[in-house]
Ligand binder design. Structure first.
Ligand code: SF4
Length: 83
């Protein structure tokens, strides 16, 4: 099973925590906003990606399941407390 990270640029406030937790796929631009490598990943990288998703303070990161490299199959997101 492969996964891909996406970011909601409206929600992201550019704190950059995700790039520290998942540097294999996330770098920051000159203003501190994430640039995400869309290349699917699997295995050990998945746990790094989940850690970044869970650490985002504004729930701007989403982990998408990729089906056979042909498209997105499902989403894994984190809910805000109390939702
Ligand atoms: S951790 Fe969340 S808010 Fe911070 S830069 Fe990454 S996506 Fe944006």
């Amino acid at each position: 099973m492969s996964w891909r990270l996406t970011v909601n640029p409206i929600a992201c406030d550019g704190r950059g925590l995700c790039a520290e937790l998942f540097p294999e796929r996330i770098v920051l631009d000159d203003w501190g906003y994430p640039i995400i490598d869309p290349t699917p990943f699997e295995g050990a990288l998945t746990s790094h990606a989940k850690r970044a998703v869970n650490a985002c303070p504004v729930l701007a990161l989403q982990l998408e399941r990729v089906a056979g490299g042909s498209g997105v199959k499902g989403l894994v997101t984190r809910s805000a407390p109390g939702r």
